[in-house]
Structure formats: structure tokens, C-alpha cells
Design a protein around this ligand. Structure first.
Ligand code: 48F
Length: 272
């Protein structure tokens, strides 16, 4: 029934294709650290706009907290205007009271992942962010290693990480805010910590504060609440999707303004 191929041909196909695209993405326009709802949304919008975008995700599975609502129940909630993004992603939803919507976690998460991949985002799963590449007082990339390396005792895993470069890095690591914390431990950034639950203030503030927190670094999703001391919001996800969208548009503005500056610099040089 199936085409006959050798075992070695299968191994060669994996090594060939992975090395081909991985080499291409050693330098990207944007690296998104964390493949939860905010990171996926940001990456999808960036790739759709033509930006070369890579997601680095420490788990084998992508989606972060978007598979499950609260208390291991896989119904997600969204407050208006979050349902507009559900429509954009073709995720079915129901209104349970005015402005409060529910959707099925596995369906919503699978559709967001699928839209992200279709947009052209590349994903490095089982890859853990370890540190930033920091030059000229700005974040210019990430240092990563295979997730299993950090899970094993140090004496049997003395494996150096590798670096990936990008014009912009987005911290979408959720409450961990891992990328921001790598700057905090060098006293480059001062973070707050997220506050107790209050959905009505938290969701708006997370979107409001989404943006560049340090040159080259944008923060999105629940990492924003850790960075700025905003209340936690629990299992409601419209803010995550809107924050991801804002992170993408901020990254586009920053990259475009750098290109404009560089073009005028070259024009001035040529004119001299
Ligand atoms: O936690 P997560 O879903 O973050 P988010 O996009 O959304 C938060 C909501 O799920 C929910 C909430 C509000 O509705 O309270 O919690 O802000 O996804 C974060 C992703 O980052 C990955 C982690 O495995 C998850 O998939 N991650 C965390 N640390 C690292 C990482 C790291 N050091 N390297 C790579 N990935």
C-alpha cells in the first residue's frame, strides 16, 4: 500500500528539512518566546504582514494555557470585544450573558495554532529560552537550549546553548516573564509582580501596557502583568489575544522605523 523507502531515507528527510529551515531562521525579524495565546496571536499577525517570525517554546505542545479554561475544565471565556478575534479565527462561540462568551478550549487552541502555522510562522518546540543576546544596550536575540538539557542533572548535561538573532524579541512566557527576568537579574530592568485577581481592571491594563519594555524587547500576555504589577485575570482570554495583536503591531512599527532611519542614513551617505 505505502511507497517503499529505507529507514535511512526517513532519517535523511528529517535532518535535511529541519537543518534547511533552521539555518534560515538563525536570524529572524522577530522571535516570540512562548507559544501561548498571546505569543501565537502576535506571531500570526507578524507573519501575515510578511515578517520572518520564529516561536521558541519550551514544551513539546504549543498553546500554553489556551487548551484549558479554569480548574481543568476546557471551556474558555472571552469578554467583549474578544469575540471579534474568535470570528477572525473562525472559532465557534456562544454568548452566555451580555458581553461574555464561551468557546471550546481544544477547538480554539487548535484553530489558533493552525492559523499561526498557515501564516508562515516557524516553531522551535522543546526549546527553552535561557538568556538574551544583549548588544549596544538592546536585546538583539535569544540564547536557547533543548528543554531536556535543563531537566537533567547538571553533571550529565554540560551542553552549551546556542544563540538566535532577531530585530525584536517578544516575551510571551506568561506569568514567568522569563525574558524580562533575564534582564532583571542583571539590574537592567526592574519588574513588579502580578497582583491578586481582578478581571475588570486587569484585562484592559494588560493590553494598555503591552509594548516595548526595553530597547529590542516587547512584552505581551500575562508577562505584562508580572512586569508591571497588574492584577491577575484568571481563565479569560480576550486580553491575551488583543495583547498579542498589539505586540505584533508595536513590533512592526519599531522594525519599520529602524528601516526608515537606515534608509535615510544610506541616502545621506550616498549624497555626500
Ligand atoms: O502561560 P501562557 O498561556 O501565556 P499567555 O500567552 O496566556 C496566559 C493565559 O494562558 C492564562 C491567563 C490569562 O487568560 O492567565 O494563563 O500570557 O503561555 C506561555 C508559554 O510560554 C512557554 C510556556 O511553556 C507556555 O507555552 N514558556 C515559558 N517559559 C519559557 C517558555 C521559556 N523559558 N522558554 C520557552 N518557552
Amino acid at each position: 500500500m505505502f511507497q517503499r523507502v529505507s529507514e535511512a531515507a526517513i532519517s535523511k528527510a528529517i535532518v535535511w528539512e529541519f537543518s534547511r529551515w533552521f539555518q534560515d531562521y538563525l536570524v529572524s525579524d522577530v522571535i516570540v518566546v512562548g507559544g501561548g495565546p498571546s505569543g501565537l496571536m502576535a506571531a500570526k499577525d507578524l507573519a501575515e504582514a510578511g515578517f520572518k517570525t520564529l516561536i521558541v517554546e519550551s514544551n513539546n505542545y504549543i498553546g500554553g494555557g489556551f487548551w484549558i479554561g479554569g480548574y481543568l475544565m476546557n471551556t474558555l471565556t472571552f469578554r467583549a470585544p474578544g469575540e471579534k478575534i474568535l470570528e477572525e479565527l473562525k472559532i465557534p462561540y456562544k454568548e452566555v450573558e451580555e458581553g461574555l462568551f464561551v468557546a471550546d478550549g481544544p477547538n480554539a487552541c487548535a484553530k489558533l495554532i493552525s492559523a499561526t502555522c498557515d501564516a508562515g510562522v516557524k516553531i522551535l518546540n522543546m526549546t527553552k529560552f535561557d538568556d538574551v543576546v544583549y548588544r549596544n544596550k538592546r536585546v538583539e536575540g535569544v540564547v536557547v537550549n533543548w528543554t531536556p538539557v535543563s531537566a537533567l542533572p547538571r553533571q550529565i548535561t554540560c551542553v552549551d546553548p546556542i544563540s538566535l538573532e532577531a530585530k525584536i524579541v517578544i516575551d510571551a512566557t506568561g506569568h514567568e516573564a522569563s525574558v524580562c527576568k533575564s534582564l532583571e537579574k542583571r539590574n537592567i530592568l526592574k519588574l513588579a509582580d502580578f497582583g491578586p485577581m481582578d478581571v475588570n481592571t486587569s484585562e484592559d491594563l494588560v493590553v494598555e501596557h503591552t509594548g516595548q519594555i526595553h530597547p529590542g524587547l516587547i512584552v505581551t500576555g500575562m508577562a505584562v502583568s508580572t512586569a508591571y504589577g497588574i492584577a491577575r485575570m484568571g481563565p479569560t482570554f480576550g486580553g491575551m489575544l488583543l495583547s498579542g495583536k498589539k505586540a505584533a503591531s508595536e513590533a512592526m512599527k519599531l522594525i519599520t522605523s529602524e528601516i526608515t532611519k537606515e534608509t535615510s542614513r544610506i541616502k545621506e551617505e550616498v549624497a555626500l
